[in-house]
Design a protein around this ligand. Structure first.
Ligand SMILES: [Zn+2]
Length: 210
């Protein structure tokens, strides 16, 4: 599948998996990791999105394993499971990466090219639903993404996002719809240089002289 489809399907997989793992589906870092994981298997193709960015590595992977070789095999799936079981790594990092990675393998399985799951043995496994780059591909991706979005209970709270910027401290009166319910900031005492001048004793201060 195309990189854009893998990005969308990685996000869709995370929307579905995150609540089941007790993790936030819309947290930007987790979502970014899921999308990164969804692009990672094609590191074995020098012309893929990720392959172009690390071309010496992708060139080497391509030469050693071939496209849809090791990185798209059961060995990679086992490595993903092993990564999830590592207790010394934060689950908030490993889970989205693995979910995204597995979404890529599932997506490639739906193309006629399929997966060589038993790599390095011969044999391809496929459920050929749509050809890479065909007009049917974005349709399938859009359907899966909309289904996954409908399944997540989280919703983007734009008002909460705006409030988190601290804008209500400045524009609470101008933005009642956004800042409603936010306690107004304590009235700040305007800083004036002479307020900080303390009387040190000695001669009578000028303000008290007549
Ligand atoms: Zn792939």
């Amino acid at each position: 599948m195309m990189a854009g489809s893998h990005i969308a399907l990685g996000a869709a997989a995370w929307f579905v998996a995150a609540p089941r793992l007790g993790l936030p589906a819309l947290e930007p870092v987790s979502l970014g990791l899921a999308i990164f994981g969804a692009l990672l298997p094609d590191i074995d193709h020098p012309k893929s999105w990720v392959g172009k960015r690390v071309w010496p590595v992708s060139w080497l992977c391509s030469r050693l394993f071939g496209h849809r070789g090791l990185t798209h095999s059961l060995i990679a799936v086992i490595a993903c499971i092993a990564l999830l079981l590592r207790e010394d790594l934060p689950v908030g990092v490993t889970s989205p990466l693995v979910v995204g990675y597995l979404s890529h393998l599932a997506a490639d399985l739906l193309t006629p090219g399929g997966l060589r799951l038993t790599w390095p043995l011969r044999g391809t496994w496929a459920l050929p639903l749509c050809r890479t780059g065909s007009p049917f591909e974005p349709l399938v991706v859009a359907l899966v993404l909309s289904w996954a979005w409908g399944n997540t209970t989280e919703r983007l709270d734009l008002r909460a996002g705006l409030r988190s910027t601290g804008i209500c401290r400045l524009l609470a009166a101008e933005m009642p719809g956004v800042c409603e319910g936010v306690a107004p900031a304590a009235t700040a005492v305007p800083w004036r240089p002479w307020n900080s001048l303390a009387w040190q004793g000695g001669a009578t201060p000028l303000s008290q002289t007549r």
